[in-house]
Ligand binder design. Structure first.
Ligand SMILES: NC(=O)c1ccc[n+]([C@@H]2O[C@H](COP(=O)([O-])OP(=O)(O)OC[C@H]3O[C@@H](n4cnc5c(N)ncnc54)[C@H](O)[C@@H]3O)[C@@H](O)[C@H]2O)c1
Length: 423
């Protein structure tokens, strides 16, 4: 089978050579004459361990060209052109659209072509820009967005054993069998094009955050006479809460007696030690902004009567210290004139209700509620079966501040999910 590759930079060249090693005949298209001349002289312009050997071994299966017309009898084309940053951080799509223009005018023998885009693109680019751009081409393009996860320095290894295989599909019914072979992963995640585009940004920003976070911690630890190797080895050994997906499920803001207090203490120590730690300094601000997002969401709904299930900082406790839910309702209650009329009905454990001042209406049973509820907030208290019956009868808008509305999940989790269900 023949494959065309557009763009022979780090990604395109490694892909071309490794696909040839897998047995494909590959035609690489590159605009740079300088790069093409080197390839024609059998010389590589990038260094990757093992690449030169594979290049020499598979030279007969590789051709390189300046002209996209060389792809006239190719049914599968992989796009690997560069998508560099502009000075404002936006992504320069010039290379991408120059090759889309060429693809649109490609004189091909085939009625349809499988187009696999591997360049990193901001979410929405494929559906909003590329698909409409290619729509009126004579050739039908079956488009897949498949992010590339290879790391420079390990590119050959990562090509054959990528950490992740992701395929964004426009239409679930499209034929996709041989993508498993092209992407080298036997457990590919098939998802929407936007999710496939976004995962690359999520992975790389998380990797960057891990580097910055560990460097800040090590910098502070170094000032405090802490053994940094021991510190990190102990940290890594906790695979339940530290090196795991714990605390990584998106949800509502954090709170409670420890997280905020410990962050404040670290920030205080860093000021005392004259070390700037911007990642650690901004975590509380990020958490505050997450509460404000929920406040704005509620303000937009203009409710007069709210029923809130749980105000403790998480499920399974009656601890109100630094509770983000309590903060949320404290922010919304006394606000502007229409909001000042908000009545908050609280359904919670007796021990929680006893701790609160009188500006909430304590609810022991939903059937006691006298006002028409406009919004139900599900937070740290799981509704009883009786509450569920009442909720079914009184359909209303709902704001969910935990991961899932099933009781089992609430019990298992201390994380809150922000989503709104319209009645
Ligand atoms: N470098 C990496 O390790 C890596 C890893 C994963 C994903 N990515 C993504 O993959 C894409 C490619 O990255 P890269 O590092 O290989 O980029 P690169 O800039 O090294 O290579 C892009 C190549 O495309 C060529 N090109 C530009 N317009 C062309 C056209 N119209 N036709 C044919 N060739 C054309 C350029 O001359 C260049 O050689 C980017 O979107 C990047 O973000 C890169």
């Amino acid at each position: 089978m023949k494959i065309g590759i557009l763009g022979l930079g780090n990604v395109g060249l490694v892909s071309a050579i490794c696909l040839a090693e897998k047995g494909y005949r590959v035609i690489g298209i590159e605009v740079s004459r300088e790069k093409l001349n080197l390839l024609k002289k059998r010389r590589l312009y990038i260094h990757e361990d093992g690449l030169t050997e594979l290049f020499k071994k598979n030279i007969q299966k590789l051709t390189f060209n300046h002209d996209i017309g060389a792809l006239k009898d190719v049914e599968t084309i992989i796009v690997c052109v560069g998508t560099p940053s502009r000075s404002d951080g936006s992504v320069e799509l010039h290379q991408l659209f120059s090759c889309m223009k060429e693809l649109k005018n490609l004189k091909t023998k085939h009625r349809s072509i499988t187009l696999i885009i591997r360049s990193t693109l901001p979410p929405g680019t494929t559906r909003k820009k590329i698909i409409p751009f290619l729509k009126d081409s004579k050739t039908k393009f079956n488009i897949f967005y498949c992010p590339e996860f290879l790391r420079e320095g390990n590119a050959v290894h990562d090509f054959f054993r990528p950490s992740l295989g992701v395929v964004g599909v426009e239409n679930e019914k499209t034929e996709i069998k041989y993508l498993f072979d092209l992407i080298n992963h036997d457990s590919i995640h098939f998802t929407t094009i936007e999710t496939a585009e976004m995962i690359k940004y999520v992975n790389n920003s998380f990797h960057a955050l891990k580097v910055a976070y560990s460097n800040e911690i090590a910098t502070l630890a170094g000032k405090l006479n802490v053994n940094i190797d021991d510190l990190f080895n102990i940290f890594f050994s906790d695979t339940t809460l530290n090196i795991s997906n714990a605390y990584l499920n998106p949800g509502f803001a954090f709170g409670g007696p420890c997280l905020t207090k410990e962050l404040k203490a670290l920030n205080y120590i860093s000021i005392r030690e004259k070390v700037r730690l911007p990642v650690l300094e901004n975590i509380l601000e990020s958490n505050f902004e997450h509460i404000q997002r929920a406040v704005r969401l509620i303000e937009d709904l203009k409710p007069k009567n709210i029923l809130c299930f749980g105000v403790a900082f998480k499920h399974g406790t009656d601890d109100l210290r630094d509770s983000p839910i309590l903060k949320l309702i404290e922010y919304i209650q006394p606000r502007s004139s229409y909001l000042s009329k908000i009545r908050i009905h609280l359904r919670d454990k007796d021990s929680v209700l006893r701790k609160l001042k009188n500006n909430y209406i304590a609810v022991k049973k939903c059937s006691e509620i006298k006002h028409k509820i406009d919004l139900v907030i599900f937070a740290s208290y799981a509704p009883t079966e009786e509450d569920e019956i009442w909720l079914k009868k009184h359909k209303t808008k709902q704001l969910v501040l935990y991961p899932n509305s099933t009781k089992k999940k609430i019990k298992d989790s201390n994380i809150f999910n922000l989503q709104i269900n319209k009645a």
